[in-house]
Design a protein around this ligand. Structure first.
Ligand code: FAD
Length: 299
């Protein structure tokens, strides 16, 4: 039996773990892929205090990982989180686990690209996570989206590839600074009001991407399409025995949502970390109070 489960080893989960370790509480952190979370996709982080000249997302994630190296990370995906008889139960493909406190730090999942037809032969070339294509070079990439993540992805990919950004609407939603950088980048071309209609495999092995635009149909060639049209909370694994009691469990201090999973549009590393530190402090407070109470009863 563990005291605390943390689901997700992104910035929020790692910060919770760091704070708990300060109190001598060793949480069980579950991570389905690599610790670091979405930061591993971030090209350049300019607003994380302590790095006046900015830092790449992967370098920042590495620093967090270094700081959490004494924490054991259970590298298993959580398939189910439920609650019964006063304990949380976690099911992974390997084992079942039990604990008294749960910290949901599982971040977000990408909204999937829809509204166009895709040949089965190229379905795997539509991706949402840069980790999957980070080693590609001299490829033709299409990024779909218009927010900070879409432009950050484009700038990252454009170091080694040629990139087209397709935006459905006429205005980008990203920071002006990111738009300007993309506009000035020789490997990036931006097309507003352009919507994918069909994706087919070409004879040469890449994709033929046909799009509608105010100027009629456009055809692009591409090796990969990267979806960056928004994100939703990643909470599919939480069963109704937890979901239908979240307010009650949060009030009791036994359930904490931290980071992007609950922050809506305010999805930033520093906010996720603040949430994690706070959750760690609250859990410590609850454990102390419970111990104090049980000492009082057994006197
Ligand atoms: C391209 C890009 C650029 C960005 N730039 C900036 C920036 O400049 N400044 C800034 O502050 N922020 C930036 N961000 C946002 C920042 O990365 C996030 O706010 C931060 O990573 C959120 O941390 P988190 O721990 O809440 O979630 P995440 O980082 O998403 O971590 C969640 C973790 O949970 C794991 N997980 C999910 N489900 C399960 C499960 N069922 N079982 C086990 N593990 C699970 C995931 O694998 C992941 O590792 C950027 C993000 C992107 C994508």
């Amino acid at each position: 039996m563990d005291d605390v489960f943390i689901i997700g080893a992104g910035p929020a989960g790692m910060a919770t773990a760091i704070q708990l370790m300060r109190y001598g509480i060793n949480p069980r952190v579950f991570e389905k892929s690599r610790p670091g979370g979405l930061l591993l996709n971030a090209n350049w982080v300019e607003n994380y205090p302590g790095f006046p000249y900015g830092i790449s997302g992967t370098d920042l994630a590495d620093i967090f990982i270094e700081q959490t190296k004494t924490i054991t990370i259970t590298q298993e995906p959580v398939i189910e989180l439920s609650w019964k008889d006063g304990f949380y139960n976690i099911v992974t493909p390997i084992m079942n686990y039990q604990a008294k406190f749960a910290v949901i730090a599982s971040g977000t999942k990408p909204k999937l690209l829809t509204g166009f037809s895709v040949s089965d032969k190229v379905k795997n070339n539509i991706v949402y996570d840069l980790e999957e294509i980070k080693d590609q070079s001299r490829k033709k990439m299409i990024v779909v989206g218009s927010g900070d993540i879409a432009f950050d992805y484009a700038l990252n990919l454009a170091k080694e590839n040629s990139v087209i950004i397709l935006n459905h609407s006429d205005q980008p939603k990203c920071l002006k600074r990111l738009y300007k950088q993309a506009e000035e980048h020789q490997n990036i071309t931006y097309f507003p009001q352009t919507r994918i209609e069909t994706v087919e495999k070409s004879f040469e092995g890449d994709m033929i991407v046909e799009c509608s635009s105010p100027f009629g149909l456009k055809q692009f060639r591409s090796d990969y399409i990267v979806g960056a049209i928004g994100r939703d909370p990643q909470i599919d694994y939480i069963l109704s025995s937890v979901m239908s009691h979240t307010a009650e469990f949060e009030k009791k201090g036994i359930l904490h949502f931290v980071g992007d999973v609950k922050n809506g549009l305010f999805r930033q590393a520093a906010i996720a970390i603040g949430d994690g530190i706070r959750a760690g402090m609250l859990i410590h407070q609850s454990i102390e109070e419970n111990e104090h109470e049980s000492r009082r009863i057994h006197k």
